[in-house]
Design a protein around this ligand. Structure first.
Ligand code: WTA
Length: 677
């Protein structure tokens, strides 16, 4: 019943249907051990105390040189945090823990195959492996501070090792989600001008050993056609010493890391003291146009923010076993699998595969085996596990003190299952709202300080001051019961610095709309526009409703409608393409694709498949449309604009409204019939 509602409810209506939920309170046991149980934190991080409040976060790191300016606004809105400071992320995540904790597990790597044993990597071992690989990157691949390198790696211990080795040298890593295609990797190689690509030959997903090496060959070829030559491909092996991919190595270009590494055994590389505002990594994300944006994250500000929010929102202590079941290929994994937890000396779990392999009890077996006490995942996974294995958690003996949900709005019913079944009614839950751009959390409750409210993220986390504007730029007050565009009034250290190589797009996309004075150097004039719609309840809790732009959130992953449309247009027969989001029980949203053909071509099931397959090869399987509808013509306005609203209504089985003003109203009826309505 509840699920049927989810399927048929639009975002705007969710706000109405959901109504106000009851509060849930954290246990006294949780509060007693929490990192942050002091309500004065919100005074310390008030707007009056901005930006100096963030010294508290900077002080979670070890600096080579302490910074002199906390926030430099001279190049507004490209903010510089902790200017004058020098810091190294690899040192902060690895070296500094050795004195007391070298023998502690830093990474638990859990292979998807249950018969393969879990690998436990201590901080000392991590130190050795990061150093040796950093030596290889510097002396074999010729990389130095400021160079970009593209990683197209699956969930593996080698991925954080690679990231931390880059960070040790000041090399800017750009990790592409493993499930993305070779084409997507090529686009990111070209945009970031990487001459080195690092991959793994294969990995397990849903019981299959996937050939990942082939994506590297595609990526390198396509990148070269687009003007970016990759001269070295470094290939980690899923099984060291054994080839697991049938795709051959290209002589003089491809190298098995495990072979080359032998020359670097025992090598140690001093971490390079990096200026705080130098970039640590790029993370590409979807926007309104077809071209993904390379969000550029800083070293000092980002790391301080990831560490601070991990400590206070995730409540990570060094003795915790923390499992974030996201993919490191997304921002969540960067901040809350790798950098945040490791900066705090936690043990972080990396799971290779899908949550329901070989059965939906798997996550809870892993939790039991490793005695995980903090668990972090997305509504899409919670919905799926609730559907296919609602009684599984009760069968396993684990105890979570804390759980997180992230990536998309969570329906209160689903939240309650998470709380009662997964958390066994004992864990504090945080619903963390944030974005690739923001580096870390924006809104969430502090788990020991505020009650939870199913379906609401909560207030701004310390130092984040949200505001909701209507389209005219007027503030919508709390309790008004009206949604608007949620913005953040102030900068914060985790915020991205710019879009790689495209400052204008950065300013346009995030600041142009609500900027009070484009020449101002005062941060108060530059509210950050998140691109999400939200309502603020009377108690100040924010409920996020979804994107206001052309971004679809599929299983918590961002895809641009334009990106998918551009991929469809690669197919020779396709004249026009339009993508609309359709509600989906598990994924939240799913793309539905409408195309019209060039003259002389006819619709056929083969063509539908060809278009669908092309989207998988251009972007990745994650972007595969629910259905490819080949239509005679698109519903259009008289000025020729495709009416996506009408297509969206048809896809979601909704009333299309008044279509009489369209240039071709008759086509609407035809498409409806085609969709079986
Ligand atoms: C959505 C993921 C509701 C939102 C960290 C945002 C959420 C986009 C939540 C960013 C949440 C993220 N509740 N919606 N707790 N968290 N979103 O860049 O629309 O992959 O703008 O970053 O996901 O997705 P991204």
């Amino acid at each position: 019943m509840a699920e049927k509602e989810i399927v048929e409810t639009s975002e705007a209506e969710i706000a109405v249907h959901w109504g106000e939920e009851e509060y849930y309170h954290p246990s006294t046991e949780f509060i007693a051990q929490a990192n942050m149980a002091d309500p004065a934190v919100f005074d310390r991080f008030s707007l009056e105390n901005f930006p100096n409040c963030f010294k508290e976060y900077a002080d979670l790191l070890d600096w080579y040189e302490y910074w002199d300016t906390i926030l430099d606004t001279s190049d507004a809105p490209c903010w510089k945090w902790f200017s004058g400071g020098k810091v190294n992320a690899s040192y902060n995540c690895v070296d500094r823990h050795l004195a007391k904790n070298k023998n502690k597990t830093a990474i638990h790597f859990v292979p998807e195959l249950e018969e393969e044993k879990i690998e436990h990597i201590t901080f000392q071992e991590l130190y050795v492996r990061v150093n040796e690989f950093a030596a290889l990157l510097r002396d074999f691949a010729g990389l130095k501070a400021g160079d970009r390198v593209t990683l197209h790696m699956p969930m593996s211990a080698e991925l954080p090792i690679t990231m931390l080795a880059c960070a040790r040298l000041g090399v800017i890593h750009s990790e592409v989600f493993g499930g993305f295609s070779g084409r997507a990797s090529a686009d990111r190689i070209v945009d970031s001008q990487s001459r080195v690509l690092i991959i793994m030959d294969s990995y397990y997903r849903a019981g299959n050993l996937l050939n990942h090496k082939e994506n590297a060959d595609i990526a390198v070829d396509l990148a070269e056609k687009d003007g970016q030559k990759v001269d070295k491909v470094l290939v980690w092996q899923r099984y060291p010493g054994k080839a697991s991919s049938p795709t051959p190595m290209v002589e003089g270009r491809d190298y098995f890391v495990n072979d080359v590494l032998k020359d670097f055994y025992g090598r140690r590389i001093e971490p390079v003291p990096m200026p705080a505002e130098d970039p640590l990594f790029l993370m590409y994300t979807s926007g309104t146009t077809g071209k993904p944006k390379g969000c550029q994250h800083s070293t000092g500000g980002y790391l301080a923010y990831a560490a601070g929010t991990s400590k206070y929102v995730q409540d990570i202590h060094p003795e915790d076993v923390y499992w974030c079941m996201a993919d490191i290929g997304w921002i969540t994994g960067h901040s809350y699998i790798v950098y945040g937890p490791l900066a705090l000396c936690a043990s972080t779990v990396i799971y290779e595969g899908v949550p329901n392999y070989p059965d939906p009890g798997r996550p809870w077996r892993i939790a039991q085996e490793l005695d995980v006490n903090i668990f972090h995942t997305a509504p899409t996974a919670i919905r799926a596990l609730r559907k296919i294995g609602p009684d599984e958690p009760a069968k396993y003996n684990y105890k979570f003190k804390h759980m997180t949900t992230v990536g998309e709005p969570i329906e209160p019913e689903v939240w309650k299952w998470y709380y009662n079944a997964v958390g066994k009614g004992q864990a504090a839950i945080v619903d963390t709202w944030w974005q690739t751009e923001t580096g870390g959390f924006l809104c969430s409750t502090l788990p020991a300080l505020a009650p939870m409210k199913p379906g609401s993220a909560g207030k701004g986390v310390p130092g984040i001051h949200p505001i909701i504007y209507d389209d005219e730029g007027k503030e919508i007050p709390s309790g008004a019961g009206k949604a608007g565009n949620i913005c953040i009034q102030n900068p914060w250290p985790g915020g991205f610095q710019t879009i790689w190589g495209d400052r204008d797009r950065f300013v346009d996309t995030y600041y142009a709309r609500y900027c009070k004075d484009p020449n101002s150097k005062d941060w108060r004039d530059w509210p950050y526009m998140t691109g999400d719609a939200a309502v603020e309840a009377a108690d100040g809790y924010y409920r996020i409703l979804g994107r206001i732009d052309d971004v679809i959130n599929v299983s918590g992953h961002r895809l641009g409608t334009k990106e998918i449309e551009s991929a469809a247009l690669v197919v020779e027969e396709v004249a026009e393409a339009a993508v609309v989001p359709v509600a989906h029980e598990i994924k939240g949203k799913e793309p539905d694709l409408f195309v019209s053909l060039k003259p002389g071509y006819d619709a056929s099931p083969e063509l539908e498949k060809k278009i669908s397959d092309t989207i998988s090869t251009e972007i990745g399987k994650i972007a595969k449309p629910r259905h490819v509808w080949i239509v005679k013509d698109m519903p259009k306005t008289r000025s020729g604009k495709i009416m996506r609203r009408v297509l969206g209504a048809i896809s979601n089985n909704k009333d299309v409204g008044d279509v009489t003003t369209l240039a071709n109203p008759e086509i609407v009826e035809e498409i409806k019939q085609m969709a079986g309505q």
